[in-house]
Design a protein. Structure first.
Lengths: 272, 272
């Protein structure tokens, strides 16, 4: 079985894939972009994919959401990981003059950096795992990255976790097969459209209210096809085999201009 | 008057600042991160700030939204710019072996790259403006960036626009002073919280429905302070001086557990 993930090795998506699919590395396929992960699944080069869905370090929700909207893949699992950033280097150093990381990681470690490395030059790169590799190759004195990216690149952890926010990142495991498996905590994700007029979203939410369903997420996006038409991404507590969920979705489908079931899946939080 | 923006020179935020505040460069202050822009405003080192709020290339909505939630600054204007990516180089080249850009820009130019540069090595960097600078300094053969980043770095445009999606990016102009000015098209942004129980969001949306207000955006986020409590970011069509808007906001404030007016502002779309 092959699993495509948003690479490189040491990325948060890699860690999510490793945690869920085990440690045999040969079956993990690193992809350069979120698009590549989706295409690898669509073209049957892998059975599963791991993509970030709420992760300020690696990718925006929107890229993954846009692909879920247009492609024929389903969400089959959600993995929630804790984000912890560490200051890492090849060896203990007297002076750190250059530090590489993702801009968002710099933001999340702002207080620590201001207190301890006010004079250091911050080099912004596209991912924390890439920063770790740069550090390993001697291009910078230190990197801010995850502990697994540090391990992957044989870096020493000098300090950490150094981030101030208590952040979690969410990942979806995606597949072409809608084999939905129920677990302990379950969610169901849908996309629907309504016309752009006052009260149309309210009418749809009345349906969820009627069936006592709790929304754990709602996000509106302008549909790219028709200006003025909205697409709503909604996550519901519950699994599709529950009567309230399946009945509510039937009504929502009938009352919306567009409807797509993205998946029904269990949520795994290995860090909690 | 000083204006802080998410740099470097040539970034989309720079272009938004330049388009809105004019071309005198001395008053524009480049900031390294979105955090820095907010702090520059809070510490009175600039009167205005320009930050991306919906822009897959430069920053996630979430960083800006998180800051709006916790800081004492207001939205005073929204600027919408069209995103167009170009293939740029120092000179016309026979062979392009390395191309630098932001991962999201590579995604958006995926079809073009696959057709024309299947063999080229793609170097992922933290921003398209940084990619342009790398190209100018001879570190890569070409960069995918905006036309103004190309100009800024004396690069020739070889092809473009090469992106397939018709994307717009949104920027907020922020200020410590709540001097809300009405324009032709106006929006009002608020944040509110409800308890995590079925129907609580629905009850709040009933208020907007009652006053015939159109929501142009709704986004839920888990409040970082209390797990299980939600924060909703909502944009409404209309200005705070309109009776329906001000009356509805009064009721929403009374019926929510937390409420903050982020701003009431006009929307400017220079590209349309």
């Amino acid at each position: 079985m092959k699993v495509a993930y948003l690479g490189p090795i040491g990325s948060y998506s890699y860690e999510a894939a490793r945690r869920f699919f085990g440690k045999e590395r040969e079956k993990l396929i690193a992809c350069e972009t979120i698009d590549d992960v989706f295409e690898t699944i669509e073209e049957n080069r892998a059975e599963f994919g791991v993509v970030p869905v709420e992760n300020s370090i690696e990718g925006s929700v929107s890229t993954t959401l846009d692909y879920l909207l247009k492609s024929q893949v389903y969400i089959v699992k959600e993995i929630v990981l804790k984000v912890e950033h560490y200051l890492c280097a090849r060896e203990e150093k007297e002076q750190i003059l250059t530090i590489a990381s993702h801009p968002q990681a710099f933001s999340q470690c702002h207080d620590y950096l201001r207190k301890n490395f006010k004079q250091a030059k911050l080099i912004q790169v596209s991912s924390t795992s890439y920063a770790a590799r740069m550090c390993a190759e001697g291009e910078v004195d230190a990197a801010i990255c995850s502990s697994f990216a540090a391990r992957q690149n044989n870096l020493k952890i000098l300090a950490g976790p150094i981030n101030h926010d208590n952040n979690y990142t969410r990942f979806f495991i995606i597949s072409k097969n809608a084999n939905f498996e129920k677990g302990e905590k379950n969610k169901t994700s849908i996309i629907f459209s309504t016309y752009d007029k006052p009260g149309s979203l309210y009418k749809i939410l009345a349906i969820f209210n009627l069936y006592d369903l709790n929304l754990t997420k709602i996000e509106s996006r302008l549909a790219k096809t028709n200006l003025g038409e909205y697409v709503f991404f909604v996550d519901i507590d519950g699994f599709v085999d529950e009567e309230d969920v399946s009945d509510a979705l039937k009504v929502v489908q009938r009352k919306s201009t567009f409807f797509k079931l993205l998946g029904s899946y269990s949520v795994v939080c290995p860090d909690k």
